[in-house]
Design a protein around this ligand. Structure first.
Ligand SMILES: Nc1ncnc2c1ncn2[C@@H]1O[C@H](COP(=O)(O)OP(=O)(O)O)[C@@H](O)[C@H]1O
Ligand SMILES: [Mg+2]
Length: 279
């Protein structure tokens, strides 16, 4: 049997920089007594500057909880989650917004606020900048995600799914955080909006020199964006490495995830044209 404390098998080269995210010996337990259940058990993960790490795992394996811990919204039961050299749970709300941006799974815009006020939220709450400076900063972010100034006064209910994601992304980036967390960024988008959003994320990753941790079930998104994949299974990070390498790792979840029909399609080289069989 493998020792539980063994580090995850890393199939990629480890760069020398200090990690942007460092998760050490993380345990997360919910509930008490008979009701207690453990989601993470001695989980290790580090993310280097500039990476786009895809975090994959079955439903309920604690992917969203892990992102929330990186944002400082949830505390480890044991172990540590360090972001840019500081424990994530000690960043405070303001500190968090300037270090980490998060795109929540549902977009999660404030429905009573228009687009501009949603984007400006963290900056306005900070209360240190004049209103017109906050407004201009929000407009710059809107432009950055491909929206027009006239979208600023729209209400969330009047936006398409793709636009909600863009506004949520602009909001996550309002304080120029070096680390961006994405929870299922393309879930619920049609294929064309999904491709557009992936292209936008790729551009912003480069232009803003972001480090990205992204939870995704979508293999097209995973192969199009990620520089490395970490697989959450058996309550820990089972394996990390380049997408194609991880796909070959023998584990039932990985086989199901990558080697099903969907996976084969996503892994095929982009120029491969699948033609119908001759009769
Ligand atoms: N605050 C909480 N209190 C109790 N249970 C929670 C809490 N947050 C998450 N969980 C449970 O932890 C498990 C992992 O949740 P989550 O991280 O959302 O999974 P996923 O990998 O699908 O994103 C689930 O069983 C969920 O119900
Ligand atoms: Mg989730």
């Amino acid at each position: 049997m493998m020792a539980r404390s063994a580090p995850p098998e890393d199939l990629a080269m480890a760069p020398g920089d200090p990690p942007v995210v460092d998760v050490e010996g993380l345990w997360t337990t919910f509930g008490k007594g008979d009701e207690a259940f453990t989601v993470h058990q001695d989980l290790q993960l580090s993310v280097q500057r500039g990476e786009i790490l895809a975090l994959v795992g079955g439903s309920g394996t604690g992917k969203t909880v892990l992102l929330r811990q990186m944002l400082g919204l949830a505390r480890p039961t044991r172990g540590s989650v360090t972001v840019l050299g500081q424990p994530a749970s000690e960043m405070g709300r303001e500190g968090a917004a300037s270090r980490v941006g998060m795109l929540f799974q549902q977009g999660a815009l404030y429905s009573a606020f228009n687009v501009l006020d949603n984007v400006a939220f963290a900056l306005r709450e900070q209360g240190t900048l004049p209103a017109d400076v906050v407004r201009d900063a929000a407009l710059v972010k809107l432009q950055m995600v491909g929206l027009e100034p006239e979208h600023a006064s729209r209400m969330p209910a009047d936006l398409s799914g793709g636009m909600v994601k863009r506004v949520a992304l602009a909001r996550a980036l309002i304080m120029d955080p070096p680390l961006l967390l994405l929870d299922e960024p393309t879930a619920g988008l049609d294929p064309s909006s999904s491709d557009d959003f992936v292209a936008l994320l790729r551009e912003l990753h480069q232009a803003l020199r972001l480090t990205v941790v992204m939870v995704t079930h979508d293999l097209d998104t995973l192969f199009a964006l990620s520089t490395r994949v970490a697989v959450l299974a058996d309550k820990k990070v089972l394996v990390t490495g380049a997408p194609r390498e991880v796909a070959r790792y023998p584990h039932p979840f990985i086989e199901h995830f990558f080697l099903g029909e969907r996976g084969q399609r996503a892994m095929a080289p982009a120029h491969t044209v699948v033609t119908a069989k001759e009769p």
